[in-house]
Design a protein around this ligand. Structure first.
Ligand code: MGD
Ligand code: MGD
Ligand code: SF4
Ligand code: MO
Length: 808
């Protein structure tokens, strides 16, 4: 008989999104009943509705419980799923993948997974990378171009590091917090709670967002930018800061490439070898105002030959080169000139942000230092993402807050052995990443391939035919623009295996489907919770709260069972997951047994060091991992690849301004945002979540609605040049009347509430990505323009208002 002691509280964390909130689970008689916040955990102040719905997700009727194989041809028809054993499933997968590698090279197989920001894939993503690299494929498709590029990779061209991806905002000490295209109230609860606390102690808050969403309501400055014009706004802020001297001049001289001379004839940075035949071609040149002469800068020393205070930041100098005099300007002079074109009044006309707000925000950024910032999806999904991100990176450098207390800080990490297998992929295979030839600086350089490139490779065989896909969850069809093309691309593959908790429109195209445990049925190791020093010091092994449903296995168990069958057991401890964890943990001094005994985790004391760039390595300051060892406001790397070396504003490629031919039929600008209740394309089947948002919504200004005969809650058609989908009107008076905001990810039905699903394709669809395209994309990164394209909204004809049910 179950007594009161049958109810227990188990320390854990919710891994359902990037926040990874510390939690306690109530287990009653072996049943997972509830999840509560655990305020003693560094990310445990609160849980969102999705975390509270965790038991419903675990126990959901639609969970996949057994491995399945397809018995009907691919395409639009019924797959004819047939239950198979794990042995048959894994043997089939291994045999098919090995055959593809032997016949077409391992690069013909793409590995994919759902984003760790929207799922528990943080448990396994490094192991998926390891499997891919051990297999020999350079192609990982994980939405890098849609939400990771700006934060993690684009900033490498400015800082030589991921800012704000790994240099996180130090919210606990910031004087000013800048959120740009980021809404932590929805996306990362742990950041939202820290921000509320920071505002409570007097920190200033600046939010740049077309919507007055989340914390924008509490911001000192909410800048309602027109979607996709963020670079113009950032340049204007930079201009105001430079004009007023509101920037950290010492930092800029010493730690950025601002003083380096640029040849006005070629745009290249001047080298010492151009001044004299004995000059070193690896040394750059700056202008010494005191000596009125050029002075060489040796990047291996990381310091200039004269006191940096003597270096010119402005003016044109005729420098005597071996080919005669060449007018040269300090890089900073070019930055200032470029941004001067974005006077606040000019920027107002482009961005819609009042000039006075731009002036005042620039003042706040300067006067309320240190500034901590974060950018995310609002900036990522544009045809001009890279330059927008660079413009903000440049602006941030001027504050001098980088890696200072209260700025963006690289918090220390508990030491562990890397397990992502970076050493396992040969340079020859790495060079074959799909997309690297068209965009050599883009995600493919880092082994991340874009959805569009994968679709093209599968359908058209460019640059070679992609034939296999190993996919841990990603709903590639629904999550990428041009969904119908995505479906066709997946249907064209020779072999596709998909591992998931639920069936989805992507898995529908698979040959084999593998059932995955929910995170609450599986172990998951988290080394550091990212957001601050205390969070980073915690190592936690999430314990299974309940046994796996059906025959489900965790992603890790699948990887460790598949690898030996692929002949890769040597890289995977012969399938022994505990041995792998032990290897990973070895440098930390923590044992697996300790972690299993302490579900709340083990804390390793860490101390944050600031301004690590100024620490001396040998006889040179550490500096930055860029060619010049400085923050590169001016990027010769970009120039060498034919891109603008300074950030510039490029009108979004399919806006009413850049496409006047479309503007009459599609006068509105469509952007999108995430929902609090759902992660991406998931969770519409969870009753407690669906109850509060029953139907897909599109937000529009009341005037925009009334002018079209639309009332709040009406079904409408959201039309783009590529077709139309349905949604319900949600009026939002904070929007610019020209801007509307849609939601992607609607397809699932909710049986418990008898609420319909929506077909992913066709006229009754509510799939936003069906009517968006992945092109024209950002020329540097291939980021898709999902956030600033032309559209119109019209009432739905009354005959169409009944929604036909769709289930998969
Ligand atoms: N228009 C538009 N499109 C977008 C976006 C947008 O803002 N607007 N956002 C983009 C972004 S930022 C991203 S990251 C992508 C997200 O795209 P996806 O990563 O594909 O996102 P989800 O829909 O959250 O999850 C996909 C699948 O993962 C499964 N899953 C969940 N947890 C696990 C797990 O632990 N293991 C396994 N194997 N499967 C699991 C779910 O059941 C679901 O079927 O969408 C992109 N698409
Ligand atoms: N509840 C919930 N949490 C999630 C997710 C989820 O789906 N649901 N998804 C996870 C994932 S994968 C990711 S990538 C993160 C994303 O987290 P966020 O980036 O915060 O997500 P979004 O809401 O898509 O976008 C942030 C804001 O950008 C604004 N925006 C739209 N267009 C523009 C623009 O052109 N310029 C600017 N400046 N802003 C713009 C939107 O109005 C929105 O308020 O969230 C993660 N967490
Ligand atoms: S924000 Fe919600 S879904 Fe994300 S980790 Fe926290 S409780 Fe889980
Ligand atoms: Mo994402």
């Amino acid at each position: 008989m179950a007594g009161p002691q049958a109810t227990k509280q188990v320390s854990t964390f919710c891994p359902l999104c990037v926040s990874r909130c510390g939690a306690k689970a109530t287990i009653n008689n072996g049943t997972f009943e509830a999840l509560h916040p655990d305020p003693s955990h560094p990310t445990g102040k609160a849980l969102c509705v999705k975390g509270k719905a965790a038991p419903e997700i675990v126990h959901h009727d639609e969970r996949l419980l057994h491995p399945l194989k397809r018995t009907n041809p691919k395409g639009a028809g019924e797959p004819g799923w047939q239950r198979i054993t794990w042995d048959e499933a894994l043997d089939t997968v291994a045999a098919r993948l090995q055959a593809l590698a032997a016949d077409h090279g391992p690069e013909s197989v793409v590995f994919s997974c759902t984003s760790p920001s929207t799922s528990a894939m943080s448990d396994a993503v490094d192991w998926v990378m390891r499997l891919r690299r051990a297999f020999g494929s350079p192609n990982q498709c994980v939405y890098m171009e849609l939400c990771g590029w700006g934060r993690y990779l684009a900033s490498i061209y400015t800082y030589g590091a991921s800012v704000p991806g790994t240099y996180m905002p130090d919210l606990d000490h910031a004087g000013c917090i800048l959120y740009w295209g980021y809404n932590p109230s929805v996306a990362r609860l742990a950041h939202a709670t820290s921000t509320v606390a920071a505002v409570g102690r007097g920190a200033r808050l600046v939010v740049v967002d077309p919507r007055r969403a989340g914390l924008a309501g509490r911001a000192n400055h909410w800048l309602r930018v027109r979607p996709g014009t963020d670079a113009a706004l950032a340049m204007s802020l930079t201009h105001v800061m430079i004009e007023h001297g509101w920037f950290d001049e010492d930092f800029v001289r010493l730690w950025t490439n601002a003083p380096l001379l640029v040849r006005t004839d070629t745009g290249r940075l001047l080298r010492a070898s151009e001044l004299s035949p004995t000059g070193d071609p690896t040394h750059y040149v700056a202008w010494d105002e005191v000596g009125a002469r050029p002075v060489a800068y040796d990047p291996t020393r990381g310091r200039h030959a004269v006191d940096e205070a003597q270096l010119a930041l402005s003016g044109v100098r005729d420098v005597a080169t071996t080919d005669g005099p060449v007018p040269c300007r300090p890089a900073f002079d070019l930055v200032a000139q470029q941004c001067r074109a974005m006077e606040p009044a000019v920027a107002e006309a482009i961005t819609g942000v009042p000039a006075a707000d731009i002036e005042q925000t620039a003042r706040t950024l300067w006067e309320s230092r240190p500034v901590a910032f974060y950018t995310w999806s609002g900036l990522e999904q544009h045809s001009n993402t890279t330059q927008s991100v660079r413009a903000i990176n440049q602006l941030y450098a001027l504050t001098g807050s980088f890696d200072t207390r209260g700025g963006n800080v690289l918090f220390p990490s508990v030491p562990t052995n890397p397990i992502d297998g970076a050493e396992l992929l040969s340079p020859e295979q790495r060079a074959k990443a799909v997309g690297v030839a068209q965009r050599p600086l883009g995600p493919a350089r880092f082994e991340f391939v874009t959805g569009e490139d994968v679709f093209t490779a599968a359908l058209d065989g460019h640059p070679y035919r992609v034939r296999g896909l190993v996919n841990f969850g990603a709903n590639l069809v629904m999550a990428h623009g041009d969904s119908a093309r995505g479906r066709d691309a997946l249907a064209a593959l020779d072999f596709f295996v998909h591992a998931d908790l639920f069936m989805n429109p992507t898995a529908e195209q698979a040959d084999v489907v593998l059932p995955v445990t929910s995170a609450f049925e599986a172990e998951g190791l988290k080394v550091g919770f990212e957001v601050n020093e205390a969070a980073q010091s915690l190592v936690q092994l999430r314990r299974p709260l309940v046994p796996p449903r059906g025959e489900a296995r965790s992603d890790l168990q699948i990887i460790f069972a598949l690898a030996p069958r692929l002949g890769l057991g040597g890289h995977f401890w012969d399938g022994d997951l505990d041995a792998a964890f032990r290897h990973q943990l070895a440098p930390s001094g923590i044992t697996l047994e300790q972690l299993r005994a302490e579900p709340a985790g083990v804390r390793v004391p860490l101390t944050t060091r600031h301004r690590k760039y100024a620490e001396v390595d040998g006889d040179a300051p550490h500096g930055f991992r860029t060619p010049s060892r400085k923050i590169e406001l001016y990027s010769e790397v970009l120039l060498e690849h034919g891109y603008p070396p300074l950030p510039e504003f490029d009108e979004p490629r399919i806006s009413p301004r850049s496409r006047p031919d479309l503007a009459e039929r599609f006068p509105l600008v469509l952007t999108c945002a995430k929902s609090l209740q759902f992660c991406e394309t998931q969770h519409r089947n969870v009753a407690s979540l669906r109850r509060s948002v029953r139907d897909p919504q599109v937000e529009l200004h009341p005037e925009t609605a009334s002018g079209r005969g639309i009332a709040a809650g009406d079904w409408v058609r959201l039309e783009t040049p590529h077709g139309s989908i349905r949604a319900r009107a949600k009026l939002n008076a904070s929007l610019d009347p020209q801007v509307v905001c849609g939601q992607h990810g609607w397809w699932q039905a909710c049986a418990e509430l008898d609420l319909p699903g929506f077909p992913p394709f066709g006229r009754d669809s509510a799939n936003l990505n069906l009517v968006l395209r992945q092109q024209p994309s950002d020329p540097i990164s291939g980021s898709s323009p999902l956030r600033a394209s032309v559209c119109n909204v019209a009432p739905l004809a009354s005959a169409e208002v009944t929604v036909p049910s769709f289930t998969t």
